[in-house]
Design a protein around this ligand. Structure first.
Ligand SMILES: Cc1cc2nc3c(=O)[nH]c(=O)nc-3n(C[C@H](O)[C@H](O)[C@H](O)COP(=O)(O)O)c2cc1C
Length: 251
């Protein structure tokens, strides 16, 4: 197995970081990796904000409710960014229509996700650990304010990284047959049955956030995650409207 595959398959989220700083060249290489991912129609519709300000980092950690966010020596906000391209269009005296185009939005989400994952893999290849922070959505409007996002931008994810402190278990993944298909999607008549073994494998996994015991079976995790109110989604939609994504409607 080559080194790159080893890095990919060895991934686990890291939620405790040593204070050892990451040298400047490594940071630059991680950012370069992010900037060199594939990008839909070459539009590069994302930006990377490295957050170094202690006060902002501390408020972000409070928003996420995850103190290890503040601990990570490096922390990036990956931003969906149509602002730059809209300005490029305006400066040429034309009318930007990307704000009303859901396709552009989805493709730009892809751009941002690819950039983030390129950064994650670059970091992991150097022996760093990474953690995504979707928990920025606990107060996504304040996150946008904190980093002064202009119209037509939207925070996609936080990405913390640094040298790991302690060991982290590798989280088991779904059995391949329920996730990988040939030619046609395969619907299973009874997922609880087909995932029985996976549920018991998951039971051996200890999440570093809850070291007191094993995590619930996968099928129970899915139920817990998908049966609550859509509070964060509503605030995100409201921010999208505020930021001028007209396909989302008006405030
Ligand atoms: C978009 C996204 C958002 C995430 N948000 C968080 C988060 O807010 N806090 C956290 O501790 N982990 C977060 N994670 C990490 C996932 O919990 C983790 O990737 C998943 O449980 C699989 O575990 P593994 O990365 O160790 O394999 C996020 C991952 C992704 C891809």
């Amino acid at each position: 197995m080559n080194e790159m595959l080893k890095t990919i398959l060895n991934h686990r989220s890291v939620r405790s970081f040593s204070e050892k700083p990451v040298d400047g060249q490594a940071v630059q290489e991680i950012i370069e990796a992010g900037r060199h991912g594939a990008t839909s129609t070459g539009q590069q519709a994302f930006s990377i904000i490295q957050v170094t300000d202690k006060a902002i980092r501390s408020e972000i950690a409070q928003i996420t409710g995850q103190p290890y966010s503040a601990e990570a020596p490096l922390w990036f906000l990956i931003v969906l960014d149509l602002h730059r391209n809209a300005e490029i269009v305006h400066e040429q005296g034309a009318y930007f229509t990307g704000d009303g185009d859901f396709y552009t939005f989805i493709q730009s989400c892809m751009d941002g996700a690819i950039a983030a994952q390129n950064m994650a893999l670059a970091a992991e290849s150097m022996g760093l650990g990474i953690c995504y922070f979707g928990s920025i959505f606990m107060n996504i409007k304040r996150i946008a304010e904190l980093v002064q996002l202009p119209p037509l931008t939207f925070p996609l994810t936080g990405l913390g990284m640094g040298y790991p402190k302690g060991a982290f278990m590798k989280k088991p993944r779904l059995p391949e047959n329920v996730q990988v298909f040939t030619n046609q999607y395969k619907v299973f008549p009874d997922y609880l049955d087909v995932l029985k073994e996976y549920d018991s494998i998951m039971h051996e996994y200890i999440d570093s956030r809850h070291p007191e015991g094993p995590v619930p079976p996968f099928t129970v995790q899915v139920m817990h995650r998908n049966t609550g109110p859509a509070v964060q989604g509503e605030e995100a939609l409201s921010l999208l409207k505020k930021q001028g994504f007209s396909w989302a409607g008006n405030e």
